[in-house]
Design a protein around this ligand. Structure first.
Ligand code: BG6
Length: 536
């Protein structure tokens, strides 16, 4: 048995172990269970959840007793019509690596539909009847269930109340109790610190923390899980991983897409709630946290909470020189002329919602004091690219500087989250043959030492939702955020939101779609004597 876990790594067909080793618990198969999806006809169900279920089925990781019930408001739908819709979604999905009719036929028999309005109490009797009907044959002795809330946050509270009062999710204080009942919650978890705390208070008054799986799908990405292995399964980084050797850290989540059909949601959220409060702060926490005593869910989450609590809060005085917001204007993306944010559907013509932000954070602890963590994310940027780039201090004495040798770059370690997942270390070498003598006209150039997941493992990494769904089924919580972690992240973000929302930008900084962001962000990072990386 391997050590436990940062995410279940199932025995996927030919996934060789490497110098990085296997990441998590080895799972032969998920626990027998039934998954109930609220929001069965929604985008998330079609684009992420069903493709993930299909892949798990293809890899024989679902228990034979597994069943999934979609809950939707369309009264005309039946088990069969729902199956057909999901089949069409799978055939269109990029996340399904190869659609196999045999896999589908088997999975289809495990799919059911139940019509009902989840905000109405009456719907829950219908769900219970459907569950009983299905489980009576499939798993009469072991009726494990999880309820996936793929619904807008406005109905979240109503659903969790009904799940508790109907008895569908009874509170279970003992994590080992069977049958188990869990709920899975999609982000956004709250709209502010206050609402997140209210939500946590409600949920924890009804269920035990170990029953609540708060999704941050970035944590399911292979490369994000690898941050901990990279840091703590190798001894060479730890002595360098601190203020003495690191000059700054850049964390980027750039997206090429615009807001697409999500204008309504995005106007309320903006980039700070959509990407910073969750994904980017999680990347920061994994990069900056102390080694946990073990890889159990609570040990890892304790360390993340600790480091999030050490992030210095922004103030109205510090925000103008620490944070930049902007919106994209029309431009060329992927070879096409695309609209600016204010011309997108469901977006106000005078919208103040930022689609880009860059923020400098400081972590006030012994390891990081004085090291800027520069985080940025934006829609409609030049390309889809997420990475953590750790820039080391320049050598203390630059004896190769000067004499037309170009600028000496500091070493940069880059953890590429997506795409082209991998790790590279950039360092200086002597250009062969160019030196007349070591002291004269010596030419120095930066080169990369590169590790690529695809080259090393020959296989594309598993989509995040596949890992996360399997984790819910086996009860592994490391890759889900705990209530105190969510609140610690909101505490960091809240002052920025409050300040920006009460001080409209006039004018709002802009950047053309297809670019790397606004000039204001370049000025922000130049205060640290650095430049944003622009991956080729
Ligand atoms: C989601 C955000 O959480 O993450 C989206 O709501 C964003 O706006 C997405 O596009 C990015 O995730 P990924 O996995 O596509 O990089």
């Amino acid at each position: 048995m391997s050590t436990s876990v940062a995410g279940a790594v199932a025995k996927r067909a030919p996934r060789p172990t490497s110098q990085f080793g296997a990441l998590g618990a080895h799972v032969d198969r998920a626990d027998p269970c039934t998954m109930v999806i609220f929001g069965a006809m929604g985008d998330l169900t079609k684009r992420k959840l069903f493709p993930a279920l299909y892949q798990l089925a293809a890899e024989h990781l679902l228990a034979p007793e597994f069943a999934v019930i979609g809950i939707g408001r369309e009264p005309g739908d039946t088990d069969d019509s729902f199956r057909e819709k999901m089949r069409a979604a799978l055939q269109e999905s990029d996340e399904v690596r190869h659609f196999d009719d045999e896999v589908w036929k088997k999975l289809a028999q495990q799919i059911y539909y139940c019509g009902g309005d989840a905000s109405e109490e009456a719907a829950y009797q219908g769900i219970e009847q459907k569950l009983n009907l299905i489980e009576k044959d499939r798993a009469p002795e072991d009726r494990n269930r999880f309820f996936y809330l793929a619904v807008p946050p406005s109905v979240f509270q109503t659903i969790v109340r009904h799940l508790a009062s109907s008895g569908l999710v009874p509170r279970r204080d003992d994590p080992a109790a069977r049958p188990w009942a869990r709920i899975v919650v999609e982000k956004p978890f709250g709209h502010s610190l206050e609402t997140a705390c209210q939500l946590n208070a409600l949920v924890l008054s009804l269920f035990a923390e170990h029953q609540v799986y708060r999704i941050d799908h970035f944590l399911g990405k292979e490369t994000v899980q690898n941050v901990l292995v990279f840091r703590f399964a190798n001894s060479i980084w730890e002595p360098l991983w601190n203020r003495q050797w690191i000059s700054h850290v850049q964390i980027t989540a750039a997206e090429a897409v615009g807001v697409e059909a999500r204008g309504k949601y995005y106007e309320e959220a903006g980039v700070v709630r959509d990407m910073f409060q969750n994904h980017l702060l999680q990347l920061l926490a994994l990069t900056a946290m102390e080694p946990p005593p073990g890889m159990t869910a609570d040990a890892v989450r304790d360390e993340k909470v600790k480091v999030l609590k050490s992030v210095r809060w922004l103030t109205p005085e510090s925000i103008p020189s620490s944070a930049v917001r902007a919106q994209y204007t029309a431009g060329v993306a992927g070879g096409n002329l695309v609209a600016g944010y204010r011309d997108e559907p469901d977006v106000a013509r005078n919208s103040q919602t930022p689609t880009y932000a860059a923020v400098r954070f400081h972590i006030d602890n012994w390891r990081w004091r004085g090291v800027p963590f520069l985080l940025r994310s934006g829609k409609r940027m030049a390309k889809r690219y997420s990475e953590i780039a750790v820039t080391f201090q320049a050598p203390p004495h630059l004896m190769f500087g000067g004499n037309g040798q170009g600028e000496l770059q500091p070493n940069v370690l880059v953890l590429r989250v997506q795409p082209n997942e991998g790790i590279s270390l950039n360092f200086q070498v002597k250009v062969p043959g160019a030196a007349v003598a070591l002291t004269q006209e010596l030419e120095v150039a930066p080169v990369d030492m590169d590790f690529s997941y695809t080259e090393a493992f020959g296989e594309t990494t598993a989509p995040a939702y596949e890992t996360l769904l399997l984790d819910v089924m086996i009860g592994e919580m490391t890759l889900f955020t705990r209530s105190d972690e969510v609140e610690a992240a909101w505490k960091i973000i809240d002052p920025l939101l409050l300040h920006w929302e009460s001080h409209p930008a006039n004018p709002m900084p802009t950047y053309p779609a297809g670019s790397w962001g606004p000039a204001e962000a370049d000025r922000l990072i130049s205060l640290d004597g650095a430049r944003w990386r622009t991956p080729i």
